[in-house]
Design a protein around this ligand. Sequence first.
Ligand SMILES: [Zn+2]
Ligand SMILES: [Zn+2]
Length: 338
Amino acid sequence: MTVETRISDTRGADSSSRQEGPGGLWDSVKKAAFVIGSGILFLAAFGNSLTWHLQRFWGASGDFWQNLWTKLYLAFEGHDTALFYLGTMLIPSVAFWASNGLLLLVDITGKPSFITRYRIQVDKNNPVDPAKLRHAVKSVIFNQVFISGPMVVVCYHLMSWRGDPCGPELPTFHWALAELAIFSMLEEVMFYYSHRLFHQPGLYKHFHKQHHEWTAPIGVVSIYAHPLEHVISNTLPVVIGPVILGSHLSTTTLWYCLALVSTTISHCGYHLPFLPSPEFHDFHHLRFNQCFGVFGVLDRLHGTDTKFRQTKQYERHTLLTSFTPLMESIPDSPKKGQ
Ligand SMILES: [Zn+2]
Ligand SMILES: [Zn+2]
């Protein structure tokens, strides 16, 4: 505990001085490059033994996926464009609205209690304000249709020009895994810095304030944002990876679904068992000036999680592996509410 505190203290003092000048920012970027570089080295060193175990599992099911893809490929022969949009627009949208549909049922009705008992900000959205929700949903649909849609069309042209995103052969398991790791790192870097930029007072007022109208977020609010923010912070960090790597449609589809479902979870407002913890981004909505990234790596590096790490929310920021809500096992302190 002492070590932990000491690290956070140094980081706090360090970062407040660093955030000032442009030299400080450069220093931060160098540190980020160092961490990401180390990550790649780590993967290179231990990746083999890690993936060996996964490959054993994959070996049995690999043919199954390849056969499935071959069937789809033959069914759409000559209609690559349709196949691409099915995988990059339709399937990810279904994943988004299926998960959000379930969450919305809970948000609107305030039931069932076996879900609502996991609510992070207990007194909020119980039930959710219908007018506020309607406004958010309209904006989300606008962003999906008029921003994400056209951006995926651009991606299709870039990816087709670069290679064949709908090739007959699926990528190997190792390569798909490596791609997902690279996509995640790109997303963390691009989302963190663009998000912090949108928190600069001038930009915040005009663009990002909209997303922060929800101090207690719900799933669907994950892409409730000003269109410019939706382009730069939400969509670009996700779609850029597959374009750079010239990925196969299967990996791209999987990645878009993962990105949409994970941002839904991080906004959903319920810390449910056996799902990734949403505490980090929920805290960003509560406090505004903490926890800007996706995974938290860059926040640790830049000291933008120091206040978060002194809270109960940070203690609860783990994978819940039992059915006891963390609000019960780690209750708020009886004195002031943070
Ligand atoms: Zn958010
Ligand atoms: Zn923000």
